[in-house]
Write a protein that binds this ligand. Sequence first.
Ligand SMILES: NC(=O)C1=CN([C@@H]2O[C@H](COP(=O)(O)OP(=O)(O)OC[C@H]3O[C@@H](n4cnc5c(N)ncnc54)[C@H](O)[C@@H]3O)[C@@H](O)[C@H]2O)C=CC1
Ligand SMILES: O=C(O)C(=O)[C@H](O)COP(=O)(O)O
Length: 374
Amino acid sequence: MKIYLDSNIPYAEKMFAGLGEIVLFEGRSVTADDLVDADVLLVRSITKVNQALLSKNERLQFVGTATIGTDHVDQAYLADRGIKFTSAPGCNKKSVAQYVVSAVLVHAEKHLINLQGKSVGIVGAGNTGSAVFHKLTALGMKCHLCDPILANTDDPRTFVDLNKIMECDFISLHVPLTRDGEYPTHHLFDQQRLRQLSQDQVLINTARGEVIDNQALLQRVESGSQPSLILDVWENEPNIEMALLPYTEIATPHIAGYSLEGKANGTEVLYRALCQHLGKEAKLKVSSLLPQAVVDNIRVNSPLNQSLVKSLVHLVYDVRRDDHIFRMGIASPDGFDNMRKHYRERREFSTLTVSLDLQQNDHLLAALGFSIKH
Ligand SMILES: NC(=O)C1=CN([C@@H]2O[C@H](COP(=O)(O)OP(=O)(O)OC[C@H]3O[C@@H](n4cnc5c(N)ncnc54)[C@H](O)[C@@H]3O)[C@@H](O)[C@H]2O)C=CC1
Ligand SMILES: O=C(O)C(=O)[C@H](O)COP(=O)(O)O
């Protein structure tokens, strides 16, 4: 059994070693010739899994992607060939939500904004949008959810339409990239919608670059009085529209979901699914392989305010560091992918235990995802 693994799937060599012979590949450059004898193919979002990639392989039985997004996989083609497919829903939702929390706090500090009562429009109310809702609501923000698909189900939450979202102080995108169906998201933010944004608004994209028409966005920002932009994802990665960069407040190379926990969760989901597919017991747990966090506890003995929350958040994850590294490195060859490939170890808020002297602080910090001790 040959298991072909993207070399950027952490802990995968250890987790899958007992299930077959491991062959590592580079996700961006792998070709049909490389995969001729693969029985199992485990990818991340940069590998387009389609007929062209699998045309020379006649024995593939299982494809897994260690990601939430599945737009890079032609699932209909896999189904036609009877190849089992698994993704990792929700695996890095906390990581993305923590990125958004850090970015919102950074924006608030820079523009002297009190976040209490500020409105947030969350487009896509699935795993990640819901996590963002939970955290930003805890910060005192008024969050609105837009999800016409869930709005047509028995989901008990209140949903608004996109017009209402366009009035919000912050707009955060958490939709899959889709081109078909009743509610396609490709260029959901097109020239017309981008024109509606004012310079007092903040547009955050951690979904997929193609959800915003990047050329229309460039025209919009070049015409003046632009909204603040926080962009983790871009059209045409890794060859992004560099002219957008100077207009962004925070810019990163598709790493919002790159916490160690988020990536490790993705690995574990695939491990379990493959074990099940092969009729084997899933004996390993990826959590046992994670290192201790460098900073793992802190004592807080004063009431929380926005500034103190920001300090606690940034003790664990500060998006400005990723923004800085990105701007320094993007001009070099392979700059976009290099930062992703050699991404530093980033942990989630749960790895920091906050010891609280004041009872009233727990709700907010627990909602943000910190571990709490009294
Ligand atoms: N930047 C990064 O590192 C990461 C990006 N992502 C992206 O975020 C996307 C969302 O992630 P999850 O929330 O975990 O997925 P999910 O599948 O749990 O939720 C997506 C939600 O979007 C809704 N939706 C679909 N079309 C819509 C439309 N036109 N308008 C409004 N809502 C719509 C769906 O009904 C669903 O509830 C992923 O598909 C992936 O592309 C995910 C993880 C990391
Ligand atoms: O999970 C997703 O969906 C993502 O966007 C991934 O976090 C992106 O990471 P790579 O798969 O491109 O390494």
